[in-house]
Ligand binder design. Structure first.
Ligand code: SF4
Length: 370
């Protein structure tokens, strides 16, 4: 498959998703990452978290069929693309010394990233000002995870996953607690504990702190990369979709935090999610993405996914209205990354290293092939 076909395939899988028979399950119910999706490996060896849809939802999203084959690990998408399912890791069957199943502490995201949510609540939910796409309490309420992961528990899971040979990097995200340090103290304790048992790259994600020295402290503890997520560069949409975060931090606060993160971790090892499909202005968004990339920050441009348990569960993303325009948008993103020398593959850690939710690697590869 050439770069054009791979980019198109990945964007279609991430946006339109796949139509599956009613009896197929296996999608995650909530938390960070591709909720409502199952991981497969594309023909280029990279993972994709495919939203599995049925009935009316499949029709509304124009999802092509995903059909099983005689090999339970191989599925065929749209009658011609063979996708290999990511196997369930064995460490999911273990329990921590204090009796918590490992899968409630951390999960395999994509095919090589161990991901955890340090604190499974957020100050904006308690105020009714949560981001409208967010589902952070859903997996907690379903009993699929625990509220807070201790350093000892996480270090145990890291050791087991690394010994099994199924992870190459680690990602720690967090809901924002009601504390001045926006949860960075907890992240520092977790990173410190992992560093005692593993040398794998660690990415951490948090809201921009008022005290930027906390970013240096994270690096000193052993973190390799930071995700500080603006979510959208269209301020009208940011205000509408992320009312709590919008009220907390103006864009300038993000710019200062990114600048510090780039100075500490290096170009491309500071990143920010930019969601696509919330009704944002396309040219404003691309201009914002260019400015972010020029500052050495990797824009992790990602199709927004309406998730059950979020306020936008029943919404229809704007990217669905014109798929060729959507592909064109990701090509422009790829050109920006190429022009700024920001190859996601060359960075150490972050959501893009899993790459299950975002087509930016395929967009970069397409642009580099032109
Ligand atoms: S900041 Fe927004 S997306 Fe993040 S956990 Fe809180 S409500 Fe959810």
């Amino acid at each position: 498959m050439n770069a054009e076909e791979l980019l198109t395939l990945k964007v279609r899988l991430l946006t339109q998703g796949a139509a599956v028979p009613e009896d197929v399950s296996g999608a995650r119910r909530g938390g960070a990452g591709p909720v409502g999706a199952r991981y497969f490996v594309l023909p280029n060896g990279r993972p994709v978290g495919v939203p599995l849809r049925r009935g009316d939802a499949a029709t509304r999203f124009n999802s092509a069929p995903l059909t099983p084959t005689d090999d339970p690990m191989v599925w065929v998408y749209d009658g011609r693309y063979r996708l290999r399912a990511v196997p369930r890791p064995k460490f999911y069957d273990l329990k921590t010394a204090d009796g918590v199943p490992y899968f409630k502490i951390a999960l395999l995201h994509g095919s090589e990233t161990l991901a955890t949510t340090a604190y499974q609540q957020c100050r904006y939910w308690t105020r009714g000002a949560q981001c409208k796409f967010c589902t952070i309490p859903t997996s907690l309420n379903a009993g699929d995870t625990i509220l807070e992961k201790t350093p000892e528990q996480l270090a145990e899971v890291v050791q087991a996953a690394e010994a099994e040979g199924v992870i190459r990097n680690i990602l720690i995200t967090t809901g924002t607690p009601d504390s001045e340090d926006v949860g960075i103290g907890r992240l520092i304790r977790l990173v410190t504990a992992i560093r005692r048992v593993s040398d794998l790259p660690i990415g951490v994600q948090f809201e921009p702190p008022q005290d930027l020295n906390l970013i240096d402290e994270l690096a000193a503890a052993g973190a390799d990369a930071a995700g500080i997520h603006l979510e959208t560069t269209d301020e009208r949409i940011r205000r509408l979709i992320c009312p709590g975060k919008y009220g907390y931090g103006p864009i300038d606060l993000y710019r200062r935090a990114w600048e510090r993160a780039v100075s500490v971790f290096g170009r491309g090892n500071a990143s920010t999610f930019i969601l696509h499909g919330l009704g944002e202005d396309s040219s404003l968004t691309l201009e914002g993405i260019r400015q972010i990339a020029e500052a050495g920050v990797l824009p992790v441009v990602t199709p927004f996914r309406p998730a059950s348990g979020s306020q936008l569960a029943d919404s229809t993303p704007s990217y669905l209205s014109d798929m060729s325009e959507t592909i064109h948008f990701y090509k422009r993103v790829g050109e920006i990354l190429r022009d700024e020398g920001l190859n996601p593959d060359r960075t150490r850690a972050g959501c893009h290293k899993c790459g299950g939710c975002t087509p930016i690697q395929e967009a970069f590869d397409w642009a580099a092939s032109q």
